[in-house]
Design a protein around this ligand. Structure first.
Ligand SMILES: Nc1ncnc2c1ncn2[C@@H]1O[C@H](COP(=O)(O)OP(=O)(O)OP(=O)(O)O)[C@@H](O)[C@H]1O
Ligand SMILES: [Mg+2]
Length: 408
């Protein structure tokens, strides 16, 4: 992209001269001219030049006043002052007013071109420096939604989701909540051994008046500090919960939590789809047995058709069991590489479930706990903004898209 230049000088001949000097520079483009300071301010607003070549003595508004105004209002425009001999005292004022550089007239083509490039390059570097910390801040502040999903039941979704939530809290010391969206037969509360006073069923009854502070009272606190939003106490209550409820709940949780882990049922329901659509990462749990691979493959095709495959990370559970299909063959069949592995360790898993404490807390030294810590780190590093791809398709809704229906 060419450097956009605005020439500010009350003498037409000087402006013509500069244009001539820059005529052959392929990386520079004169976007406009101004004959006084006021015009320069207006043109800067309109043309957003990268560089202004600014004379000092001009009618209406002088170059120093214009420099001051522009550098305050349009800090992206860098100003180079063009002075004549004997204007030294003005030069200092110009620099204080925010000019980046100055040249004494008359100047050569080389001098002009080099000064423009030098100021422009410096400005670019300065912008990167300024932008970086804020980018990091945004990254850290952006809450992350992580769905633990599989189109096969019993593959370890809840085991991984609960341990991951605690693992994330442990690794990051940030605020973590786990939402049980397995609305009929969820067992997050059981696995974490917390007793729900209220659940998502009660929450949706008050959803329209819901404030972040109020939502807290529907959550249960696990001893590790992780918060839990439990599923309904009875399977038939699941029907009351819709995709838009889920959307609302997640958007409120995002205001208070850094990580929102979502446990899901083994099928595509409107509520699950909403969560998958809104989340940043989908941990798709797979195992190396044929029925699981078959179902996960179908699930992946659906996710692909919904443009959600891009955020899928394949997690192989019970990776250490030597029965079943070879991992490479499975990867080939699914067309996706395994991103993380959780070994099989029935003893540790069952003991921890029966105690109601995640193994990542009770057995931190085991291979399975280490694998969850690694998974947590992967999730932390994979932090991303939500994919907007799916939303581009308009108001048709995920469910409608899935079944090829239009919703008005
Ligand atoms: N890595 C593992 N090693 C040994 N046992 C495991 C492992 N992961 C899960 N299990 C066991 O497998 C069973 C199913 O796990 P879990 O309930 O987490 O699966 P799920 O995918 O959530 O099931 P559902 O679809 O019913 O919600 C549990 O008994 C659990 O203890
Ligand atoms: Mg489960």
């Amino acid at each position: 992209m060419a450097i956009k230049i605005l020439i500010v000088d009350d003498i037409t001949e000087t402006r013509e001269n500069i244009k001539r000097l820059l005529y052959y520079e392929k990386d520079m483009m004169i976007v406009g001219e101004a004959a006084d300071g006021q015009e320069a301010v207006n043109q800067t607003e309109k043309l957003s030049p990268d560089i202004l070549l600014m004379d000092i003595n001009m009618p209406v508004m002088d170059g120093i006043t214009a420099t001051e105004t522009i550098s305050l209002k349009y800090p992206k425009a860098a100003i180079i002052i063009m002075s004549v001999q004997g204007e030294q005292e003005y030069l200092k004022k110009a620099m204080v007013a925010g000019a980046r550089e100055y040249m004494v007239k008359p100047f050569s083509t080389d001098e002009l071109v080099n000064t423009i490039r030098k100021v422009y390059d410096f400005e670019q570097k300065r912008r990167v420096q300024l932008a970086e910390p804020s980018m990091v801040r945004d990254m850290q502040r952006d809450p992350q939604l992580i769905a633990v999903f599989s189109t096969k039941g019993g593959v370890g979704k809840t085991t991984i989701a609960t341990n991951l939530a605690v693992g994330l809290a442990k690794e990051t010391r940030k605020k973590v909540v786990i939402v049980d969206l397995d609305l009929q037969f969820g067992d997050v509360a059981v696995m974490l051994n917390v007793i729900p006073k209220r659940t998502i069923t009660e929450l949706i009854q008050d959803i329209n008046q819901m404030e972040p502070e109020l939502l807290e009272s529907y959550l249960v606190t696990h001893p590790t500090g992780v918060k839990v939003l439990p599923c309904p106490t009875r399977p038939e209550y699941a029907e009351l919960i819709t995709g838009s409820h889920v959307e609302k709940i997640l958007s409120i949780l995002k205001q208070r939590y850094d990580y929102i882990v979502i446990d899901t049922p083994p099928f595509f329901h409107e509520t699950t789809l909403t969560a998958l659509d809104l989340c940043h990462q989908i941990l798709l749990i797979v195992a190396t047995d044929l029925p699981t691979i078959k179902n996960v493959k179908l699930g992946l095709e659906v996710l692909d058709s919904l443009h959600l495959k891009g955020k899928v990370k394949l997690v192989l559970n019970r990776s250490s069991s030597d029965i079943g299909i070879r991992c490479e063959d499975m990867e080939e069949s699914l067309g996706l590489k395994v991103a993380a592995r959780v070994p099989s360790d029935g003893r540790t898993v069952i003991t921890s479930v029966n105690k109601g404490t995640p193994f990542i807390v009770t057995d931190p030294g085991t291979k399975i706990s280490e694998s969850i810590e690694e998974l947590a780190r992967m999730v932390m590093l994979g932090e991303a903004r939500p994919h907007d791809e799916a939303k581009v398709e308009g108001k048709r809704g995920l469910f409608g898209r899935l079944f090829g229906l239009t919703s008005g």
